[in-house]
Structures are given as C-alpha cells and as structure tokens.
Design a protein around this ligand. Structure first.
Ligand SMILES: *Cc1c(COP(=O)(O)O)cnc(C)c1O
Length: 398
C-alpha cells in the first residue's frame, strides 16, 4: 500500500468530510509542493493564498525556529515583543495611523471587525447593521457566514445572526438601497476571492468611501485573501487610493502559521476597551515572528514589484490561452490574484492542471483561480505554461 492511500484511508475513516482532498502533500519548497511519493508540483494556490513568500522560506523557517526556542506563548496578560513589533509594522505598511488587534484566522479577524463596528454603532445612534455583498466571502463562523451573502455556505445553519444586509458588488445604487436606518458599516473585499476573482472598479471603491463618509458608516475592507502583497500593493485597497476605517488580514500574514489581524484607523483605535474582546492565542509570539519575517522578505526581495510584473506576464499568458480556446471566456484579477473564466466546470480544469503538475483552485463553478507565490519567476511561468498547454489540450481538445 502506498503512503498516499494509507493516509487517505485513515483520513476518510477519521476526519469529518468537510473537505474532499485530492491527494496528500508531504512537503513544500519555494513555489513547489511534493506528494509523499516524491512527485513535485507547482503550487499556484500558495496553499490558498497563504504561502506568498513560498513554502519554507529560509528566513521564515529561521524566525519560527528561533522564536520556538525562546517563547512560544505567554498569554495576553503580558506583552510580547514580536506581536508589538508586528503591530507597529502593520500600521506602518498600511499607512492607517491606528492600532491592531491580533487573532488567528480570517473569520476571527472579520468577527472582530463586526464586533468593533457594532460596539461603536451602539454608542453612535444604536446602529448595528453591516452591509455586505452577494458573491462576497468572509469566513465560516456564524456571524461571518451571515456576512457572506451566499446560500451555499448558509444552508442548514439557521437561525443565523441578524444584522446583515446584502448588496450587489460594483453597483453603488444597490448599496445605497441596502443602507438602512440601522446601518453602521459596509464590509467588502477590494478584489473578491472565493466569489470569482472580481476586482472592484475604482469608481465603486471611491463611491463606497464617499457613501460611508456621508452616512457616518465604517468602511471595512476584508484583505484576508488580497492582502500582504498579493495584488502588488501591501493591501488591495491601496491600489484604489481610498482608505478604509478598518481592514482585516490573515492567510498570508503568518507565513504558514495561523495569524489574523484587525487594523483600525486612529478614529476607531480605542473602541475596544479592556476585556471587551480577546483571543487566547492572538498575537502568539511564534506566529508574530513568522509574520515579521514574511514582511521582511517581501521588502527585501522586492515582491510587491514582482507581484505586479509577474502578474502582468501571467495575465498575458492566460489571455493567450483564452484567445486560443473558445471555452475559456475571460481573464480577470489583479497582480497575482487571477481568475480564468470557463464555460464548463472549473473543477474539471483544475483536475487536468493537477494531472500535469500545476495546482490551481476554483472560485465558484466557472472560475479557475490562481494565487501563485509572489516569488515566482519568468522561468517558473515558462514551465507552467507548457503544463497548462497540455492540460487545456486534454480538457478542450487541440
Ligand atoms: C479565506 C477568507 C476568509 C476566511 O479566513 P479563515 O482564515 O479561513 O477563517 C475571510 N475572508 C476572505 C476574503 C477569505 O478569502
């Protein structure tokens, strides 16, 4: 029996079927991962937007090892230096002159944002409703599932927390219609990830900001997928010339360790007061040390610039494929967050790509999503181009 089938058998017997893993990954290095049997693949998912500096980057590994041997946890009854330095760094790179709350995941960061908005709203007109978007995605806790305006992730979980209203993305009139008397915030992704890799238009982002100013609402950007350099700026909203009041990040922040953050501008920096919100592992020193290393690597290796440059090259390559195959309808996205729209099932394309050695994701039924590490080179793209060519040949015929 192979190692893979041995692990998969126990998986099927003992792990809840929330996921349907296609295979077992045993190790990762740079832009590649390997099966237990040794076969290597290009990871153009970055482990769903997490390994943005590549798998096992030596600087991230070293930071984790050093901190693990020094202090792994001390409770939030005490301050720890890596978390404090990370907060300082996040405020600096965001240019939001505010403060940070640390947690462990994207959903938890969004929960914190929703709670902060409600706490502020309670004291400012008794308002609590958060306007979110159909096709948006904010996580899997009850409140973030309610914030995610999509039936597929809400089904079976009634009653969901109340206090959410839904609008259509890139349609400011529908947002205006959704903002009622009790509205306190508008929460959105500057580039929607799970919902199909949809970038906001610049006009829409500006109009949301203006509406928030006019109605005294918090603008909350969910940067869990698009943040930490993915779109060529530290945070996707920075590519639009607007500033949110709150933003959240997670996924790529911890370089593979669980780490989430809520960042608030100065106006909202002290809405949470002692004991009004907490998380046992929030700001964990090892995760914070890893995050500091991730940010260092992005700065030292010029990865924001690389995400822009490689993003353009990769987009051109995908557009060439879309020109060649009738069943590839469109290419969209920003930086290294790209979607390829297919007429048929995206999962069939993802499966064919994996068979050729490239990992990709779906984003809804008809979008193949690519989130490669920000470290990819032209050489990597060349290799992947050949593999993709073979995969598309298999799915669509020559
Ligand atoms: C993945 C994701 C989340 C949820 O993050 P978890 O760490 O899985 O809780 C929230 N928002 C966006 C935009 C995401 O892509």
């Amino acid at each position: 029996m192979s190692k893979t089938s041995e692990i998969m058998d126990v998986y099927k017997a003992k792990m809840m079927p929330t996921y349907a893993p296609a295979a077992v990954i045993a190790s990762g290095k740079g832009v590649t991962v390997s099966y237990p049997e040794g076969l290597m693949l290009y990871d153009f998912t970055s482990g769903i937007g997490v390994q943005s500096v590549g798998h096992c980057h030596p600087k991230v590994v070293k930071a984790i090892q050093d901190q693990a041997a020094t202090l792994t946890h001390c409770s939030n009854l005490f301050a720890n230096e890596p978390a404090v330095r990370l907060a300082d760094k996040l405020v600096e790179i965001s240019g939001l002159d505010g403060k940070v709350f640390f947690c462990n995941s994207g959903a938890e960061a969004n929960e914190a944002a929703i709670k902060l908005a409600r706490k502020w709203g309670a004291a400012n007109g008794g308002r609590y409703e958060v306007v979110t978007f159909r096709q948006g995605f904010h996580g899997r806790t009850l409140a973030t599932v309610a914030a995610t305006g999509q039936a597929w992730c809400q089904e079976g979980y009634d009653p969901l927390p109340v206090g959410f209203a839904y609008a259509d993305y890139n349609d400011i009139e529908s947002v205006k219609a959704a903002v009622g008397e009790k509205a306190v915030a508008i929460m959105l992704e500057a580039v929607q990830g799970e919902g199909g890799v949809n970038p906001a238009t610049p006009e829409f982002m500006s109009a949301v900001r203006a509406l928030c100013d006019e109605k005294n609402l918090l603008m909350i950007c969910d940067e869990v997928q698009s943040g930490i350099g993915r779109t060529g700026t530290w945070f996707a909203w920075q590519g639009y010339g607007v500033k949110p009041d709150l933003f959240t990040c997670a996924k790529a922040l911890g370089g593979g360790l669980p780490m989430g953050a809520l960042v608030a501008s100065a106006k909202f920096a002290d809405v949470f007061t002692p004991s009004s919100h907490a998380s046992t592992f929030g700001g964990n020193p090892v995760a914070a040390a890893a995050a500091l290393a991730v940010i260092d690597v992005i700065e030292e290796e010029g990865l924001l610039e690389n995400a822009k440059a490689m993003g353009e090259k990769f987009k051109e390559m995908l557009e060439e494929f879309a020109d060649k195959y009738d069943k590839l309808l469109d290419v969209r996205g920003k930086g290294l967050m790209l979607g390829l729209v297919t007429e048929g099932e995206a999962k069939d394309v993802v499966e064919a790509l994996r068979a050729q050695g490239v990992l990709a994701l779906t984003a809804g039924a008809h979008v193949v999503r690519f989130l490669p590490p920000l470290t990819i080179s032209e050489g990597d793209l060349g290799e992947v181009q050949d593999m993709m060519s073979d995969a598309f040949g298999c799915v669509f015929g020559e």
